[in-house]
Ligand binder design. Structure first.
Ligand SMILES: *Cc1c(COP(=O)(O)O)cnc(C)c1O
Length: 372
């Protein structure tokens, strides 16, 4: 028997699109009429607006967050024989991009903020280390003061994995503006989402920006002159046109995500068995996910689902325990913080279109489960 979709699904992109449909379709129609589907003017306009948002001189639209990471590594000349440190609890792409350029992903444990622990990153440095990839997981900025200091001390590149954190800020500075080259995802389930795949690389360096523009376009310097083997990793004009519509709403959506997080924090404060994410004032977290840690997680998920509330787990299996990571030679017990969190983390729905009544249904479901 097919289960009904929960009344409050964990994600609901259709709700986001319903009020935008007229504007999105108009943007699509304009591209159809103009016919420039590959690197059309909307791509350049989107890149300019995105660069302004991140407060960097250069943003390059690409076809996914994963490719933004791969092109960042390639542009920095990282490859075979090199090591790159990243967070063990991230989405697997944070490490697979390193393996795909022929370098070795070196995993590091995380802190209570779900981000790479600077001490763990420092302990992972070897003479082969070339770069560190801090991930702003859940939309919460990593400890960039510590990470940038570590990178300076050991002469390492920094590549921010900002896939989950468009519009997040660390001490008032946008994420994606700290590292040498940084990567954003525009996947449909991210906070600034294309209607398909998309991504952005950001950098302060004109030379690196030029390199990435080349690498995303098959290494073509001109139509006739190919200077380097590369992939086709371009952002579609159609996606850029729709993203320009969505960018106008990003600030309001982000504020609503933050307000939803405040609602949960207020309603779930002091509930025994629930650990809430804190929200220190030097960070602007954008709550791609609202992650709590709970006892008896699977029972709670069933309990909430019976009340029509969908939840998710990001992510149940840390990277070192994935089949693809066998060659790294890690084992259970190597990353105790991430492993313990993986058993307890639960993502509650936090998208901006949730009504207050729905937020209350979620919160009171959690409270009731824990007898609060
Ligand atoms: C989504 C995501 C990616 C990959 O982005 P895609 O656009 O899906 O390729 C990389 N890192 C993190 C942390 C992500 O959440």
């Amino acid at each position: 028997m097919k289960k009904d979709r929960p009344k409050i699904p964990y994600v609901d992109v259709a709700r986001q699109h319903a009020p935008l449909k007229r504007d999105l379709l108009a943007a699509v129609e304009q591209v159809l009429d103009q016919g420039a589907f590959i690197l059309g003017p909307q791509v350049a306009e989107f890149e300019a607006q995105f660069a302004q948002l991140v407060q960097v001189p250069h943003a390059i639209g690409v076809n996914s967050g994963a490719d933004a990471m791969i092109l960042a590594l390639r542009a920095l000349g990282i490859g075979p024989g090199d090591e790159v440190i990243t967070a063990v609890n991230s989405f697997v792409a944070s490490a697979s991009c390193v393996a795909l350029v022929g370098a070795k992903p070196v995993l590091a444990d995380v802190g209570h903020d779900y981000n790479i622990a600077p001490a763990a990153a420092a302990a992972a440095i070897t003479p082969r280390t070339r770069a560190i990839i801090p991930v702003h997981l859940t939309g919460r900025p990593a400890d960039m003061d510590a990470i940038m200091a570590l990178a300076r001390k050991h002469n390492l590149f920094v590549i921010e994995d900002a896939a989950q954190s468009v519009a997040a800020q660390y001490r008032g500075q946008p994420v994606g503006s700290f590292g040498d080259v940084n990567a954003f995802s525009l996947h449909p389930l991210k906070t600034l989402n294309a209607c398909g795949d998309g991504g952005v690389a950001t950098t302060r360096s004109a030379a690196l920006a030029e390199k990435i523009q080349l690498l995303r376009n098959l290494g073509l310097k001109t139509r006739e002159n190919c200077v380097e083997w590369s992939s086709n990793s371009r952002l579609d004009t159609l996606q850029a046109a729709m993203l320009l519509v969505k960018l106008r709403h990003l600030e309001a959506w982000t504020e609503q995500r933050r307000a939803n997080a405040r609602f949960y924090r207020a309603r779930l404060a002091g509930v025994a068995g629930v650990q809430l994410p804190d929200d220190p004032p030097h960070l602007r977290s954008v709550y791609h996910t609202f992650v709590v840690q709970v006892d008896r997680r699977e029972k709670l998920r069933d309990f909430l689902l019976a009340r029509g509330v969908g939840t998710q787990v990001h992510y149940p299996n840390p990277i070192h325990l994935q089949d693809c990571a066998k060659e790294l030679g890690c084992k259970l017990g190597d990353f105790p913080v991430a492993e313990a969190q993986a058993k307890r983390i639960l993502s509650l729905p936090v998208y901006p279109e949730l009504t207050e009544a729905e937020l209350e249904t979620v919160a009171s479901g959690v409270r009731e489960f824990f007898g609060a």
